[in-house]
Design a protein around this ligand. Structure first.
Ligand code: GTP
Length: 370
């Protein structure tokens, strides 16, 4: 199995993309983000409440503002689902708080201990590159306070400074290595899962989508993105007297005819239309954003085209096929199954009318009136 490039693969396969197999990774990042915000808010609120009378006013204002920022970021993420921007903002605020702590020394000059969590949280919420930038910035600015000129910061002992720097660099290094390999193996698993999923949704003979694609992937996707699809029309297409082709020319010729017919679907209909091999010699086409009257015209033109083609198996064996089509419109995803049943009834009508026919709700009405 090798993945086709998005340009060369049929458009329905683009709907089965890395996003559809990447949800566990998003959940992991979101969970780390919320845990970090929860701990930060609890910690800061407790500190401000307990030390309200001791802290300088400026420090209290800064901590309360940070608390508010975290809260707003969490709400924004819940509403929009956009994590990277808010995670950068939250970790920048935390970085500033850490630097302020290092500058002032914290309780009994223990500020440096509080920085050790930063590499782990940064890599797991921001990913490798942005995480690296965030941790490097914190390390560089902290080193400036520790080893740089006196700008009013607290002075730490030499042994303390060296031990902190060495242990922070070690945590940084191992957090980086851990994130790098976790990310690499996760991408590989996602790639394999994607290939397996695409394979499971592909009809092996024709390369079209199969029935499972519709029920397991397309319907949930169309429900979430209904403005891209609704209303759409379902065409159920059945090759006429296909048994005769198998009986007269053999099963291999029959297979070849199915492949040729699939090619006709691909070449004659829009690339955004979803073509599905629904059963043996039965196909389904979904025409997005197409009402039944327009879809009827498309289906009838396609029916005429198919009837005019000759399928050549070898220099002695060739035939032509016709198809019957039932068409029905879907206006709400919930009614999809009912609509398919309706299209199936229309298909049956088309067969009864002598095959090589298209029947939709309008045609059936006209037939009933005759
Ligand atoms: N070669 C080949 N034949 C298939 C495949 N799937 C289904 N068929 C054949 O398609 C034929 C369908 O026959 P019927 O259901 O009797 O329908 P029909 O002959 O097309 O007649 P109408 O549908 O009434 O027009 C059967 O002979 C199946 O064996 C396939 O993958 N390859």
């Amino acid at each position: 199995m090798t993945p086709e490039s998005p340009e060369s693969q049929p458009s329905w396969l683009n709907l089965v993309n890395i996003d559809s197999v990447y949800s566990a990774e998003k959940q992991r990042r979101a969970f780390t983000f919320f845990t970090m915000i929860f701990i930060a808010v609890v910690l800061i609120t407790t500190l401000v409440t307990v030390n309200y009378s001791v802290y300088a006013k400026l420090l209290t204002i800064m901590l309360v503002l940070s608390d508010l920022t975290f809260f707003i970021c969490a709400v924004y993420f819940l509403r929009t689902g956009r994590l990277t921007g808010v995670a950068i903002l939250v970790l920048s605020v935390i970085c500033v708080l850490c630097l302020a702590l290092v500058y002032t020394g914290g309780k009994e000059n223990t500020a440096l201990y509080w920085l050790m969590f930063y590499p782990v949280v940064s890599f797991s919420t921001l990913g490798l590159r942005v995480g690296f930038l965030a941790v490097s910035s914190l390390l560089a600015l902290t080193c400036l306070f520790l080893y740089g000129p006196d700008i009013g910061q607290v002075m730490y002992g030499n042994a303390e400074k060296v031990r902190f720097t060495a242990s922070f660099i070690l945590v940084f290094l191992f957090a980086f290595i851990g994130e790098y390999f976790r990310n690499k193996s996760h991408l590989e698993i996602a790639r394999i899962t994607l290939l397996q999923k695409q394979d499971a949704y592909t009809d092996q003979l024709t390369g079209l989508a199969n029935r499972r694609f519709i029920s397991s992937h397309f319907l949930p996707f169309a429900k979430l993105n209904s403005e891209q699809y609704l209303p759409f029309t379902v065409l159920l297409i059945d090759l006429d007297l296909f048994k005769n082709i198998n009986d007269n020319f053999g099963h291999d010729f029959g297979d070849q005819a199915l492949i040729e017919f699939s090619r006709m679907l691909e070449t004659q209909l829009r690339s955004s239309d979803i073509k599905v091999r629904y059963g043996g010699e039965e196909f389904m086409v979904i025409l997005p954003k197409t009402v039944i009257t327009d879809a009827y015209a498309v289906a009838d033109k396609f029916r005429e085209y198919v009837a005019a083609q000759v399928i050549v198996f070898n220099e002695h064996q060739s035939t032509s096929v016709t198809c019957s089509i039932g068409a029905a419109q879907v206006s709400h995803i919930e009614t999809f199954n009912q609509t398919v049943k309706l299209a199936d009834e229309y298909l049956y009508q088309a067969k009864r009318l002598g095959r090589n026919n298209v029947v939709s709700s309008e045609q059936q009405q006209a037939n009933n009136e005759q």
